[in-house]
Design a protein around this ligand. Structure first.
Ligand code: GUN
Ligand code: ZN
Length: 434
């Protein structure tokens, strides 16, 4: 067993209409040898019950649950912070050719290794990943995630039209490959690695492929991840492909893609009917605010979706988003909620606070992925996935604004000044700053 002492920040198990954090200034987390939390509380209480436990104390730092990235594209990492243009042009100009390079196994491996290392270095302990469309490269990504010690839900990106031939496969091949990879990896290492069925979006998956995906997901209980309602030109493209559907959401509804384990990225331009349908199936939303600005997609009505009770996590959407940092996404989630108000004067809603954004980045993400029984906040019995963040560069000396909520605000808004010292998954160090 090991004892970690310091200032603990713990997201409360509240729901999305009232996300809150709890602070334990003299806090303590005790983790057993299998990586499970056995105690959360004050150091004073712990020292009575766990007197002989080896202790590690973090000064001028906070201990908080690991960050959850609910939407990210591994083969796009090279393009992070590069390029311009809106979604469909951007995919054609920069992205599809990058994804094709994953046919080279060596390249796929070096990219995967760096991707997971860099995610851990910014405090991400769980990721919902779109791999490339190749079977072998997806296998390699699982091997590297296994090695890196990170927690993932991920899958081979399925496409059978609407992209260059060299990254397309038939509907049947996509399904066969996905099931083979899932058979090999789903549930590995006590569930640390899980398979997610990953039809890219309605713009590159036939009805046949979507329908088969929905059938398998419902029969075998897999998660599904896809994109929904991201960009105006994309909406027109989808409407032209599926004239019989009442809406973008209806394309997924008709093909059986909507389940309570479906994670919809973006979901910006939804009608009332679409929201009702998605809510009826309890689909989750991966909100990707950095991407939404980088690709000029739009401003999502985050407060409205939270008030309606949607399960929402934050996603980097690299390379639509320009970095793997979920703290960057938390900051942008708060800021873009202000942009929404600026664009909707007279209908303003409460903006997203830094504390709420950090809640979304941790427990919110865990709930969106259906992993909140295992991760997302500190509680005895859950897995010890956590990060230690230094406060060293974040506070002026003799700080005037010294409340805990101001501290969280500085962590969220700190950008490069917010330094992750250590990242742990199941109590094991998976990243240590130099
Ligand atoms: N829609 C379909 N594919 C993609 C992708 O790779 N990134 C983003 N942001 N949206 C998509
Ligand atoms: Zn995406």
């Amino acid at each position: 067993m090991r004892l970690y002492a310091g200032l603990l920040i713990n997201p409360l198990e509240s729901n999305f209409s009232k996300p809150q954090l709890e602070y334990l200034p003299d806090g303590c987390l005790i983790v057993n040898d299998t990586g499970k939390i056995v105690f959360v509380g004050t150091l004073t209480d712990a020292s009575v019950r766990f007197a002989d436990t080896q202790m590690e104390r973090f000064e001028n730092a906070v201990i908080m649950p690991g960050l959850v990235d609910t939407h990210v594209h591994l083969p796009q990492y090279q393009a992070a912070a590069v390029g311009t243009g809106e979604l469909l042009d951007w995919l054609n100009t920069y992205i599809f050719s990058l994804e094709a390079r994953f046919a080279d196994e060596m390249y796929a491996r070096t990219q995967s290794t760096q991707f997971f290392h860099d995610a851990l270095s910014v405090g991400t302990t769980t990721m919902s990943v779109y791999c490339s469309s190749q079977h072998k490269a997806t296998d390699v990504a699982f091997e590297e995630a296994f090695r890196a010690g990170i927690r993932v839900c991920m899958g081979k990106t399925m496409m059978d039209f609407g992209a260059p031939q060299n990254i397309l496969f038939s509907a049947e091949q996509n399904i066969t490959d996905s099931l083979a990879i899932a058979k090999q990896w789903h549930g590995t290492d006590g569930g640390r690695l899980q398979y997610t069925l990953t039809p890219r979006f309605a713009g590159s998956c036939s009805k046949e492929l979507l329908t088969k995906t929905g059938e398998i997901a419902r029969a075998d209980g897999f998660r599904i991840q896809t994109h929904l309602s991201e960009n105006p030109a994309e909406l027109r493209y989808i409407a032209s492909l599926f004239p019989e559907a009442a809406s973008y959401t209806d394309v997924y509804h008709r093909t059986g893609i909507l389940t309570n384990k479906t994670i919809m990225a973006h979901s910006i331009y939804l009608s009332r009917e679409e929201r009702v349908t998605l809510k009826a199936y309890d689909c989750a939303i991966a909100h990707c605010p950095c991407s939404n600005r980088f690709l000029q997609s739009g401003v999502m009505a985050l407060r409205h979706s939270m008030s309606e009770g949607f399960r929402i996590g934050l996603g980097s959407d690299v390379a639509g988003g320009y970095s793997l940092s979920i703290l960057n996404e938390a900051r942008e989630a708060a800021e873009s909620s202000k942009t929404w108000n600026i664009l909707n004067r007279g209908q303003e809603v409460p903006t997203i606070t830094a504390e709420e954004a950090l809640w979304l980045a941790t427990l919110g993400g865990a709930q969106a992925l259906g992993l909140d029984d295992t991760i997302g906040h500190f509680k005895a019995g859950k897995d010890a996935d956590f990060v230690v963040v230094s406060l060293e560069n974040l506070m002026p000396r003799e700080t005037v604004f010294s409340s805990h909520s101001n501290l969280v605000s500085r962590i969220v808004y700190g950008g490069a000044a917010t330094k992750v010292l250590r990242t742990y998954v199941r109590g094991k160090v998976v990243y240590r700053a130099a």
